[in-house]
Ligand binder design. Structure first.
Ligand code: SF4
Ligand code: SF4
Length: 81
């Protein structure tokens, strides 16, 4: 089962700098060109499936505007021998 992740962007801090877009190895972040933040920037958003929760985007974000979540697969246990 592939690891599934997702991100949340705090629009109060995102300044649409594009760093996370370029850093994402899965290429699943885009800038929302149809939406402006309260400060007038186009914010980043998760634009496709395939996020692995690697957190590279959060590491490169200079505004700490990104929170990354990762789904932890259920642990497999032996049900019967
Ligand atoms: S790196 Fe941070 S500030 Fe820059 S676009 Fe991405 S979320 Fe916004
Ligand atoms: S957590 Fe990793 S895969 Fe997911 S959006 Fe951020 S950089 Fe891309």
């Amino acid at each position: 089962m592939p690891i599934r992740g997702w991100i949340e962007v705090d629009e109060l801090y995102c300044k649409g700098c594009d760093l996370c877009v370029n850093a994402c190895p899965q290429e699943v972040i885009s800038l929302d060109l149809e939406h402006l933040t309260p400060k007038g920037y186009h914010p980043a958003y998760l634009s496709a499936e395939g996020c692995t929760g690697c957190a590279i985007c959060a590491i490169v974000c200079p505004e700490a505007a990104l929170t990354v979540y990762r789904e932890i697969p259920a642990k497999r246990v032996k049900a019967a021998a």
